[in-house]
Design a protein around this ligand. Sequence first.
Ligand SMILES: [Mg+2]
Length: 349
Amino acid sequence: MRFRSWSFCCHSCRGIMRLRIPSASLPVCIPNLSSISCERISSRSQMEGFHPGKAADMVVADRLALESKVAAIRAAGPAKLQVIADFDATLTKYWVDGRRGHSSHGLLQQDNPEFDAKRQALYEYYHPLEFSPTIPIEEKTKLMEEWWGKSHALLIEGGLSYDAIKKSVANSAVAFREGVAELLEFLEEKNVPVLIFSAGLADIIEEVLRQKLHKSFKNVKIISNRMVFNDGKLVAFKGKTIHVLNKNEHALDVAAPLHDKLGDVDGTIDDTDSVKKRTNVLLLGDHIGDLGMSDGLNYDTRVSVGFLNDNIEKSLESYGKAFDIVYLNDSPMYGVVKLVNELCSNGEN
Ligand SMILES: [Mg+2]
């Protein structure tokens, strides 16, 4: 794909930022950059590994609307903020070592080639159906339930062990975007809850967090399919299956009580700081459908960040309209670190 580079001077730090936009189409308004849209990291965020001169790829279609939302969230303070994030290709990179990075589902090897092959056969059958434009949504939902149900049954039947999960994660092509650790650390420091919604497997996502970031975060909760182990072997899954088409509607049911528990940093349940009180949202996703993760939360203000990793030329217009900020070309997370610094810059929890 051919790109055209656009360079801008940022008024806040006098730096130069470069946007690479597909040359065949430039459907969104390129903003006059402000401190919000500047990718250069200043103040607290001069973190290790970040190169201030490195170009980031970002599009903001409506700068004024974004500034207004950021100002509203900042004024309300971090006690009103929650972060909702998708996992695969949002917190993790789309490309890893020159190839498509693994998803939390895709990385799993059961140490049982027969069952790995059976799950791969399911993938080859159902994956094209997931993206078929001709199958009605009700029918597709049934197909996705079938796919997830059969996959989970194979994991149980094949005797998946927790050790196999650890080994699969260690051998996987999964990597967090640069800056994700800094983002989660900053939000933990500010007592801002982070809910990670995924149609994958919670146990695997937690293992990825452990192995790749080498720490756990008390403010991070995973809303995903959770396994039950007995003597180190998978025996069941908890609750209703979360698949790609019901991820958002179901996640809300699970998220509300978790929020209640997250509200109090001392670990006791405090209803006064429940989900209802966290009325501002920073949402991170890599599909337009991920915007649904905040449905039903009745938020006051939401800033949405989209990672457009592939098919940029075809999707830039729709992403530019759907998300407040769009990052292109598998960008690092440092722009979001800068953003949360701004969102939380007015007082403490
Ligand atoms: Mg994703």
